[in-house]
Design a protein around this ligand. Structure first.
Ligand code: NDP
Length: 321
């Protein structure tokens, strides 16, 4: 079968669309025929070597939806023919993948598999950030960085459905428009965003900042916070944040800093299914929407990475085998 592999770390050009052996269903796993693979920023961190992935060479990708083709010994959670989605196991930029069966989420029959692939990882992330890391509610104000991105558009919508007020940050007028359509109360640019946030909150600051940009925004994000506010630094699209003196948190107003990771908010199958259930239900009832901004054939993974890494995408990017 065809898959996209990385043999050495580097730019988008190291992605190779090539023939690899078909996956086999080991005990406890299911082989899924991939109908759509989600492209996520973490795939770029893995490709560049910024985050450790599997040993080289490895098949890229952390999210997919498709149809179960075969199951291994001891698997009862799914059967051949089931429509499923998954995230986390590396290797989804492929025509088929073998996945531990307990990581598979059943996709409701009414839901398009492409929508499931577009929603699961980024939706789960927005869900845990808004409901668990800092449980949003009416009266709380939050800042959402990269608000027109995959996680960003979903986070704006979920924050609003929790009753919070959203100040979104984006880099272009087109992205600002999308953030507004996703429910953001205010949309601002990155230049002097801490001063803009202070001005919008009568000098007080916000209760929580969701920062996925990292290096270029981190310090100003801290300056956006009200006393005892929380910075949830959940990504580093612009690069890694340097080490921090804890006194900075004291001086900022007894601030909280957390560096959350999706895996720690999906600790068991019950938590996985509960979050997925909320997301699928909201999509099906029309109270949450997922924007698929770009769909490319699997063979064009390099272009997908160029555009995502170059800030040239909005919403979700999918690769179709
Ligand atoms: P996005 O669709 O949000 O794409 C990244 C966006 O980041 C860009 O569109 C751009 O938006 C913004 N950005 C700002 N500076 C840069 C830069 N120097 N280079 C590239 N992009 C930049 O990607 P995802 O939705 O896939 O992921 C968003 C973030 O969430 C990532 O940092 C990712 O690692 C993180 N994440 C974390 C998880 C966790 O559990 N911790 C789970 C899932 C994702 P703009 O032009 O508006 O600035």
């Amino acid at each position: 079968m065809k898959a996209v592999r990385v043999h050495e770390h580097g730019g988008p050009e190291v992605l190779r669309y090539e023939e690899v052996p078909d996956p086999r269903p080991a005990a406890g796993t299911a082989v899924v025929e991939v109908k759509a693979s989600g492209v996520n920023f973490i795939d770029i961190y893995h490709r560049t070597g910024q985050y450790p992935a599997a040993s080289l060479p490895y098949v890229v990708g952390t999210e997919a939806a498709g149809i179960v083709r075969e199951v291994g010994e001891g698997v009862s959670a799914v059967r051949p023919g089931d429509r499923v989605a998954c995230f986390a196991p590396v290797g989804t930029y492929a025509e088929a993948i073998a996945v531990p069966a307990d990581r598979l989420v059943p996709v409701p029959p009414q839901l398009d598999l492409r929508v499931a692939a577009a929603l699961l990882l980024q939706g789960m992330t927005a869900h845990y950030l808004a409901l668990s890391t800092y449980p949003l509610r009416a009266g709380v104000r939050c800042v959402v960085h990269a608000a027109a991105g995959g996680v960003g558009l979903l986070l704006c919508q979920i924050a609003r459905r929790q009753g919070a007020e959203v100040i979104a940050i984006t880099s272009t007028p087109e992205k600002a428009e999308l953030a507004r359509a996703a429910g953001a109360n205010q949309v601002i640019g990155y230049d002097g965003f801490d001063l803009q946030v202070r001005a919008l909150t009568a000098g007080r600051g916000v209760e929580v900042v969701y920062d996925s940009v990292g290096k270029t925004t981190f310090e100003a994000s801290l300056r956006c916070l009200a006393p005892r506010g929380m910075l949830a630094l959940y990504g580093q699209a612009s690069g890694a944040v340097p080490p921090l003196d804890p006194q900075v948190l004291a001086r900022g107003g007894s601030l909280y800093l957390t560096r959350p990771v999706l895996g720690h908010y999906v600790l068991d199958r019950a938590e996985l299914l509960a979050r997925a259930d909320d997301l699928f239900r909201w999509i099906l009832e029309g109270s949450l929407s997922v924007r698929i901004g770009l769909e490319l054939p699997l063979a064009e993974a390099r272009e997908a990475h160029r555009r995502l890494g170059g800030r040239d995408t909005t919403g979700k990017v999918l690769l179709i085998p």
